[in-house]
Write a new protein. Structure first.
Length: 209
């Protein structure tokens, strides 16, 4: 019997993950059964269980991809030299949600992918496995963006005496808030976030008593 190529194995695993992601985005983690996934991907139970032990394993794999996709977007944005202004950087990160070929986003529109990420955040409150995945990703994001804030400070862009980690956390929270809004309302693109941040950055603080 001919050996199955690694390309075939990878393609089959990708097929299963993409189908499961569509199910989870449509019906939620807890509203989706393994039978739903099997029907979506058009494969037998044996074919699917060869790659994943069950629904929890599928959720963990999809969560890892979704979080990893955003983490890499944050890290790429933070490594640009010289670093552009925060509005541009945050805009680059959230545009990941509009890239249908991003890991974890394949076959999903931006709102569905955002909703999947929000589900991952929620699921991490009950799953130690997902909580560990998110905690590791957050540590990487925080470190990368703290370095970025340090670069801003060295260039004289920051006048306030605020710890770099506090600013980095706020930048990350801004992107997270946009993702949550996109998942719930689906009525705005990344240019709205960019324009909003640009407007806040243009405030003349000397006129505020």
């Amino acid at each position: 019997m001919a050996r199955v190529s690694q390309e075939h194995l990878d393609a089959r695993r990708r097929q299963i993950l993409d189908g499961a992601a569509r199910c989870f985005a449509r019906d939620g983690f807890h509203g989706t059964s393994m039978q739903d996934v099997l029907k979506e991907v058009g494969l037998s139970a044996g074919a699917v269980y060869r790659y994943f032990s069950g629904k929890e394993d599928l959720i963990a794999a999809i969560a890892g991809e979704a979080v990893g996709s955003l983490r890499r977007a944050f890290e790429r944005a933070s490594q640009v030299t010289p670093p552009p202004a925060p509005d541009v950087l945050i805009g680059r990160v959230v545009r990941t949600l509009f890239d249908g070929d991003a890991d974890g986003a394949r076959g999903l529109d931006s709102r569905a992918f955002a909703g999947l990420i929000v589900q991952v955040w929620s699921e991490s409150l009950r799953s130690e496995r997902l909580a560990a995945t998110l905690a590791e990703a957050y540590r990487g994001l925080s470190a990368a963006w703290s370095e970025l804030v340090g670069a801003y400070r060295e260039s004289g862009l920051f006048a306030a005496d605020v710890p770099d980690g506090h600013v980095a956390r706020t930048l990350i929270a801004t992107a997270q808030g946009f993702i949550a809004q996109l998942a719930m309302f689906g009525d705005a693109g990344p240019e709205v976030l960019e324009n909003g941040l640009r407007g806040l950055m243009s405030m003349d603080l000397q006129k505020i008593s």
